[in-house]
Ligand binder design. Sequence first.
Ligand code: URA
Length: 432
Amino acid sequence: MRAVDIIIKKRDGFELTKEEIQFFIEGFTNGTIDTYQASALTMAVYFRGMTDLEATYLTESILHSGDVLDLSAIKGIKVDKHSTGGVGDKTSLVVGPLVASLGIKFAKMSGRGLGHTGGTLDKLEAIPGYDINMSEENFIKQVNKIGIALVGQTGELAPADKKLYALRDVTGTVESIPLIASSIMSKKLASGADAICLDVKVGSGAFMKNVEDATKLATLMVNIGKNCGKDMTAILTNMDEPLGLAVGNSLEVVEAIDTLNGKGPKDFTELCLEVAAHLVLAAKLVNTIEEAKKLLQKQIDNKEGLNTLAKLVEAQGGDSSYIYSPEKFKAAKYITEVVAQEDGYVSHIDALAIGNAAMMLGAGRSKIGDSIDHSVGIVLAKKVNDKVCKGDILATLHSNKADVEETKKLLRSAYQISKTLVDSKLILKIIK
Ligand code: URA
């Protein structure tokens, strides 16, 4: 087999075989196929696309380039969730404890934040003492014991993806649906769960800017997962404004705690219940989504979800007293208000700008290895369709530096105010 023939075949719009895809990915990973040929193939895929079967073979080839977690020693159905990345997205901190409190095994490896979206690991590290590192053996032990583990990667998952993504990033081939789907699904499948719920974000703050593209991506990821024997659900959700009110690490942990206490923002609570309900259904605890939501609401009302979060924090070396006394989280030094300059209704909040504003305050990193400040961030006071009068607070900036003029300007420009209400819905579509 020759790499050039595979490139030509895809360039001319033909379907590649499993063997051809495997040969190419193996060669690219071990260095026998060079980057110039890999960039030619990714560009051909960008223009020609891939069938579901080709995308499945690509996912499997990337998946098998590294370690694949064997979770068979964990009893019962193992569930996992994944978000394609949004601003203010702290869903795992609520969904994991809620489903685990029902006896469902939630075994999740998360990532760090990069760019305008935050990462679950950074949020967890805002809890003093929380250790995200764990061996595979201890990961399995902890999930068997308390039903949940939220950790960084153990071993080396999908190294071919790292190499391929770095190449796509500099060759204009990131925005290809089969390449995104195989990149995400290879890492998800390597983590070993039986049922996966995907939260595919749509809107200005997301990879997918419209419902049509998000539907294509979600459908392909669901089909890849099913082809690999997994129970799959994808939920398309609106990212035309940040999720919930808090953006920034410890601020988001506090919002997750509030939500587990039944006092979370409406949109964030709705999404957590939706994602968790699909996992409860996949774990076969109930027969309908409505029954699942009722069960989950009970776990909020009786504080069992909150208690499970405290157990998780304790098991991973953190100080669980913060979960019951969130006022203990170190506050930022300065709080600056951003106020409305006109009357009307909020019609749009640019999530990308809010994410970038949080990064300017020090809540995120612009390159791998940057340090972050857990205490800083933004708390929105107004969301889409809220009525505002001139002078009302739109949001507050929590910072450790006094001069936040630039960030304030960015935040003000993120808010659009109009004279009328707009159509706005959080959950746009469910694909199974
Ligand atoms: N996230 C990933 O992990 N891969 C992509 O290609 C895009 C988003």
